[in-house]
Design a protein around this ligand. Structure first.
Ligand code: HAM
Length: 438
């Protein structure tokens, strides 16, 4: 029989394997802790939504909707789409469940996969993951400042340094049309000098010209008027207040008047955090206000703000952490002989009950081979249990990275790995054959 071709993942989609998944868990755990401290609660929305949600919410002319969505007809003919982002879904849910009737600002967070059919490259995938938060029900710049503070806390908690916060205001339904008029007029004068994409964008979506990455276009774009010159009084005050609240909190930021994002729902505050370790796809996260989105989706007035962190990129930026730090397993328990195996199994179970991550040697092998395996597995400590150890009611604890070892009693072992409280609960050493002969 001929061998079958092995199957592979779909282009742009991938498996998140250990030890990287350990880092992902760490990121998600830290996010949940920080979200809880700021009183954000988890929302889980479906991965599949009616296509119209994104056409209306994200914008029918955006790259996401025109080129990147995974859209298909269901068997009953309804057009469905794998979510390319979650803000539209959260606001859909806010409306569907009449959350505006609940007191205060509705603060929700989500963690999960999104789908965009982009050209895959480092940090850009067709199935990628976002960690996001949305605060719906207030247009106060205090909410914006608190959200950005929460982000800074989150990045700090997982140990990410060296990121830069770019901030802008893209105005509102009052002032943006005027800006667009001025921008169109100015673009009309330089259109012929711009790249082909920008020539098209200057007609269809002139704001997107500001986001162009083509080097030759940059000096021309730099001379275009910015939205900050044309903000209405309310938007100007909102933006000034946010900046002063950020200064109070000692959160560094850079105002970038050209910062526009690829989603049509943004109003007023928009922001992005970039990180140098990410290369060409340096945008770690993006977000902003969407004060008109609820109405666009048929709901009541419900101003909101949120962000989404690209989790793949977050993990990438953090991947300089030593691989040994990423190994979740703390202790490799090595036994020599059947009697020692029985003891080791009981000991491993007690340690695991106390949340110590233990790998128990599966097969009877020589000590040298077992130690080799421990180091290949990247486990920091090995515990050796042989006949002599059983007889003396002590174990040999070896630090695999330093190559040093010491003898520990069961109580000392529990104290070192399971904390002091756990040590007092440690089960007594069971009477072993070897021990009786002492
Ligand atoms: P976005 O700017 O489209 O915003 O995406 C946010 C982040 O998701 C990006 O900064 C990037 O880290 C990550 N990302 C986007 N596309 C990909 C991809 N193909 N591969 C890997 N990572 C990617 C939003 O999605 C909005 N929902 C953000 C928001 C929330 N605005 C208000 N609330």
């Amino acid at each position: 029989m001929s061998r079958k071709e092995p199957l592979r993942t779909v282009k742009g989609m991938r498996d998140i394997l250990p030890p990287e998944s350990v880092l992902w868990n760490r990121i998600e755990m830290a996010s949940r802790e920080v979200f809880a401290a700021y009183n954000y609660q988890e929302i889980r929305t479906p991965l599949v939504e009616p296509t119209e949600l994104f056409a209306r919410g994200v914008g029918a002319d955006t790259d996401i909707v025109t080129k990147e969505m995974y859209t298909f007809d269901d068997r009953d003919g309804q057009s469905l789409t794998l979510r390319p982002e979650a803000t539209a879904s959260v606001v859909r849910s806010y409306i569907e469940h009449r959350m505006w009737e609940q007191p205060g600002v509705k603060k929700l967070y989500y963690i999960g996969p999104m789908f965009r059919r982009e050209r895959p490259q480092k940090g850009r995938y067709r199935q990628f993951y976002q960690i996001g938060a949305e605060a719906v029900g207030s247009d106060s710049p205090a909410v914006d400042a608190e959200l950005l503070e929460m982000l800074v806390e989150l990045l700090g908690r997982v140990g990410l340094t060296g990121s830069i916060l770019f901030l802008n205001s893209v105005g509102c339904a009052n002032c943006r049309p005027k800006y667009l008029e001025v921008l169109r007029e100015e673009l009309g004068k330089v259109r012929g000098q711009l790249c082909v994409d920008c020539q098209r964008r200057s007609e269809t979506n002139p704001l997107r010209v500001l986001d162009c990455k083509v080097p030759e276009d940059q000096p021309i774009i730099d001379k275009l008027p910015t939205i900050l010159d044309l903000l209405c009084t309310e938007c100007r005050e909102h933006f000034d207040k946010l900046q002063s609240y950020l200064r109070d909190r000692k959160i560094p930021f850079t105002v970038r008047p050209r910062l526009v994002r690829g989603l049509d729902y943004y109003t007023r505050t928009t922001f992005e955090i970039v990180h140098g370790a990410l290369g060409a796809q340096d945008s770690l996260l993006g977000g902003g206000r969407y004060d008109g989105l609820s109405e666009m989706l048929g709901g009541p007035a419900a101003p909101g703000i949120g962000f989404s962190i690209g989790e793949d990129r977050f993990a990438l930026a953090l991947s300089q952490l030593a691989e040994s730090e990423l190994s979740a397993t703390q202790l490799f328990v090595i036994w020599l002989g059947e009697e020692a195996y029985r003891h080791a199994a009981e000991l491993a179970r007690e340690l695991r009950k106390r949340d110590v991550a233990v790998e128990l040697l599966a097969d009877s092998v020589k000590l040298k081979k077992a130690l080799e395996l421990a180091s290949r597995l990247g486990i920091r400590h090995a515990l050796l249990i042989g006949e002599q150890e059983l007889a003396e009611r002590k174990y040999v604890l070896r630090d695999m990275t330093q190559g040093s070892q010491k003898t520990v009693t069961r109580e000392e072992l529990f104290e070192e790995f399971a904390g002091k409280a756990a040590a007092s609960h440690a089960a007594p050493v069971p009477a072993e054959k070897g021990a009786e002969t002492r």
